[in-house]
Write a protein that binds this ligand. Sequence first.
Ligand SMILES: *Cc1c(COP(=O)(O)O)cnc(C)c1O
Length: 379
Amino acid sequence: MKLATKFIHAGAHPDPATGAIMTPIFQTSTYVQEAPAKHKGYEYARSQNPTRTALEEALAIIENGNHGLSFSSGVAATDAVIKLLEPGNEVICANDMYGGTYRLFTKVFEKFGIKFRFVNTADLEEVRSAINENTKLVWLETPTNPLMNITDIAAIAVITKEKGLLLAVDNTFASPYLQNPLDLGADIVMHSVTKYLGGHSDVIQGALVMKDAALREKLYFIQKSCGAVPGPMDCFLVLRGIKTLGVRMKQHCINGRIVAEFLRQHPKVGKVYWPGFEDHPGHAIAKKQMRDFGGMISFELKDESVEKAKQVLSSTKYFSLAESLGGVESLINHPASMTHASIPREERIKNGLSDSLIRLSVGIEDADDLVEDLRQAIG
Ligand SMILES: *Cc1c(COP(=O)(O)O)cnc(C)c1O
């Protein structure tokens, strides 16, 4: 089955009672049992809900896995993965990733005795040399938020398999349209479903997808024990969102290229971070493991003052100044004060995230309007 067809048909079964083509929103907390423990597979809605089941099936199919688990947010999905570990265990992760993941790791889990080693995961030797007998998990994000660094998932998977470690990949920026980490050897794919999978800026949700049934059981146990499950209405919205992932991503990629090329030739714009450029350090790997390059772009102005960046951030009309990404509408963001403010400034600067960096989530409006908007805002 080709991608566009898969996104529309994944997990879609007409309702057996009525034939309704869309999975109904099962807004219920419990299910009536015929006799004690004699039921239809649904006992209590924290453990199972039919709308969620349909979504979890769809998530597994679109990420080429066998099992999907749906969470109340992206960070709740990440939280469940770290709860597989024990005090004393170590995790190797990128020194450039979503600020909320960094906060969860350092502010919540470090105090339970889990150690996080932040390295440049694009450098295989750095990853290899950070591994010791306590290492249990490698956590990747590629492309990274917001610097668009690319890590070779297949090459890291060779290392994790050799050392017996779990490999989890945050695939939020790429979406399953562009990249399928399980095909490249990852054990777990994580999504902030809030972004491209939902696609309409109307839901907060997360997901994990895996192939291994035993790993699914461990993560399902954590999901139902800790309770970070989404409501059925949100599951319905995501089931609907996934159907148009193919057409949306196609347009995000077309518009992303137009905007990236416009920025690059603009005399007032400095560095543009977008993996589609042939001279991007991760371009060859991105080309190998992704189907296209997406609509996420970061850039700096030649005038590196924060004031000038703030002026641009406040002057766009179609790019709304907001956190988040991956919706049909274009967004503009200032990572240093918004999405990545939870990372200490010294850490940020050391890893190349300057105070004047601007991040764009290029939407699916007409690209001419988006370019015009940036032209007038940059001035
Ligand atoms: C937004 C985001 C998250 C967190 O997801 P929520 O749905 O906001 O909890 C994790 N990783 C990346 C790359 C993100 O962009």
